[in-house]
Design a binder for this molecule. Structure first.
Ligand code: KG4
Ligand code: ZN
Length: 361
């Protein structure tokens, strides 16, 4: 039997049908990106109207892709937090209606738990034993930057998080100031490939092992842009200058992620690390993190102390799990899978009690 997942927390309308938290029979995603692009970010009212319009079509297409009907669906999972309130409401209302009409169990899923399960979608068997626990999950998206300690998919907690902006948000803001467009992450990554002399930018918060911060780094990029423009007599930035700023930004982000991840590795001695969320689509970051975890190469001075070095050498190479590209950004397959692994925690006993909890997108 399969769980049907619904995701409408931000600007993607998605429905998926997933068996045993692993086998994805269908996952349809209708992205609203083009509609929001001209506003430079997600407009909540537009997002909820577009979810309402798209959901029936996306649902029908998911069943067409799966090749079977409701008879094989054992429950309905829906993202109910966090996200844009008006957008979450569309998915939650649809899920409640379907569950009630079809007399199916309803599961209310935390979007972040979905991202944490995503690297293991379709990769491993359905047995819990094949997923490495405990592992650390680095959640890097447009709304979140956190490290979670995942003892099992039923028992997980945040061990580090951002004090201000999320990393994806910083990518988007830097891209906007470089004149690259929205969403910024993929464009910054693309331009950075042509860098010849990456600009050296300060790595934030080196003294605090459990906090991320991206607002200072973003300001440092803005200051560099202003200074390069001044030197050029206020001409638009050249392609080379954009490339060098983009790669300088990526290098500082990488080092910042490595500082906190290294500390968490030494503290919690995980069997594996996963990276997940929209920013996990960044191949430069994923490849560099994978290399660092293979050899335990963390540049932070505290991680080069003998005691930390001893732990790292005892742990040996640590595997990095990254989702397939299609599971990096928001999708309903990860929501259905999270409901499967967290059935007892997510089951909603009285439909009326399932409420949406916003707190950013
Ligand atoms: O997980 P996601 O789809 O939505 C949230 O839950 O926030 O993440 C979207 C974020 C955007 O900020 C986008 O710029 C970023 O992921 N992103 C990237 C890349 N692709 C998407 N950031 C860096 N490099 C990329 N290749
Ligand atoms: Zn997300």
């Amino acid at each position: 039997m399969s769980i049907l997942g619904i995701e409408t927390s931000c600007d993607e309308t998605s429905v998926a049908i997933v068996e045993n938290g692993c086998h994805v029979h269908a996952c349809v995603v209708a992205s609203q990106m083009k509609a929001h692009r001209r506003h430079g970010g997600v407009v909540p009212e537009l997002a909820s109207r577009m979810h309402t319009e798209a959901l029936p079509r996306v649902l029908a297409q998911a069943f067409r892709e799966a090749g079977f009907g409701w008879e094989k669906i054992s429950g309905i999972a829906v993202t109910h937090k966090p996200g844009l309130e008006s957008a979450l409401l569309i998915g939650v209302t649809a899920a409640k209606t379907l569950a009630r009409t079809l007399r199916l169990p309803l599961y209310g899923v935390d979007h972040i738990h979905g991202h944490i399960v995503a690297p293991f979608l379709g990769v491993l068997g359905s047995s819990m034993g094949t997923i490495p626990f405990p592992h650390l999950a680095l959640v890097v998206s447009g709304g979140h930057t956190q490290i979670w300690l995942v003892q099992s998919f039923g028992e997980m907690s945040v061990v580090a998080q951002t004090r201000d902006d999320a990393v994806g948000e910083a990518f988007d803001k830097v891209a906007r100031r470089l004149g690259l467009g929205y969403p910024g992450g993929p464009l910054v990554e693309k331009y950075a490939r042509a860098a010849t002399e990456p600009v050296v930018l300060p790595v934030p918060l080196r003294h605090d092992p459990v906090s991320f911060s991206f607002s200072g780094l973003k300001t440092a990029v803005m200051a560099e842009i202003a200074s390069v423009s001044r030197e050029n007599g206020d001409q638009p930035l050249s392609e080379t200058a954009i490339a060098n700023l983009s790669q300088g930004f990526q290098q500082a982000v990488l080092q910042h992620l490595l500082d906190k991840l290294g500390h968490a590795v030494v503290t919690y001695k995980p069997k594996a690390v996963s990276i997940t969320g929209g920013v996990a689509a960044n191949q430069y970051l994923v490849t560099s993190l994978r290399e660092a975890l293979q050899v335990g190469a963390f540049r932070h001075s505290a991680l080069r102390e003998p005691s930390a070095k001893a732990v790292l050498s005892e742990l040996g190479p640590i595997p990095l799990y990254a989702p397939e590209f299609r599971w990096c950004t928001d999708n309903a397959a990860m929501i259905a899978a999270a409901a499967h692994y967290r059935r007892s925690e997510t089951l909603v006993h009285a439909y009326r009690k399932l409420e949406v909890t916003p707190t950013g997108c």
